[in-house]
Design a protein around this ligand. Structure first.
Ligand SMILES: [Zn+2]
Length: 278
């Protein structure tokens, strides 16, 4: 379940960056501001504001998307959970499950802020629970379950090797005997050396499908079928329908805006249909 990284004290610092002409470029976090400061790339206006002494590269040629991102970045993110509005114990969370996102090809892995939200601890727990169900759904579409991600035998060898290496008074004897049996089975009844145990404690346990791990294989197929955008929207809809977030800044999450409108439209149509039938 540990899918989303807990970022301690995570917040949007809302530091402001201006270009040499005095135009606001956007907001950034404190780390980035400190970095500019250390490199002597600008002049501090106050604690959280800096005027750069150069025109950043990306400002030279702007695309429509850049323009949008810039204007969205200027609005300022609130330090609140998009689910419930709480400002306690905030973390960032991805709408595409991390286990799946890790399997994206490199060119699609880049950070996209419209697929990352801020959640409090409680909402994050709920989100991870629903995301787990989403992973089941994605796998089920391809006729798989979570059991198909790892090679069961390798996994039990890995776990048994780790437990044996940690062998201590805490381990209860019966359980240890079971583990020794598992290990012996893999080594034809011969007790393995410490080196062999160490090697097996680190083995790769993923099953391969066409040379790829399962989610990689699925994402690859989705891209081939030109369904990548639909796939990401599906993750977003799943989040929206299950979490019913009340504090989504739709100007920062343009896709949310579209999805919310779509879902509301659907509801409206359903209502109308029911009324017609009645
Ligand atoms: Zn919350």
């Amino acid at each position: 379940m540990a899918e989303s990284r807990k970022v301690k004290g995570y917040c949007h610092d809302n530091c402001r960056l201006y270009d040499p002409s005095g135009e606001l470029i956007g907001l950034c976090n404190m780390n980035k501001l400190d970095w500019y400061k250390r490199k002597g790339l600008g002049e501090m206006i106050d604690d959280k504001t800096m005027k750069l002494n150069f025109i950043p590269n990306y400002r030279k040629e702007k695309t429509v998307i850049d323009e949008f991102r810039e204007s969205a970045g200027k609005i300022g993110r609130e330090n609140i959970c998009v689910g419930c509005g709480s400002s306690d114990e905030l973390s960032s969370a991805t709408l595409v499950p991390k286990q799946v996102k890790r399997c994206y090809p490199t060119d699609l892995k880049r950070h996209r802020s419209d697929l990352i939200v801020v959640l409090c601890r409680e909402c994050l727990d709920d989100h991870l629970y629903f995301q787990d169900l989403l992973k089941d759904e994605i796998l089920a579409d391809y006729g798989y379950t979570k059991q198909d991600i790892h090679d069961k035998e390798k996994l039990s060898l890995k776990q048994a090797s780790r437990t044996l290496l940690r062998r201590s008074q805490r381990a209860d004897k019966l359980r240890l005997k079971g583990i020794e049996e598992i290990i012996k089975k893999f080594f034809n009844g011969i007790e393995p050396s410490k080196e062999e145990l160490e090697k097996n404690a680190e083995i790769d346990t993923y099953k391969l499908y066409d040379g790829k791990i399962l989610f990689e294989y699925i994402i690859d197929d989705i891209i081939k079928k030109n369904q990548f955008v639909d796939f990401e929207n599906r993750c977003l809809i799943h989040f929206y329908k299950n979490m019913e977030p009340q504090f989504v800044p739709t100007d920062l999450h343009p896709r949310f805006k579209i999805i919310i409108d779509l879902i509301e439209n659907e509801k409206e149509m359903e209502k109308e249909m029911k009324e017609e039938i009645a």
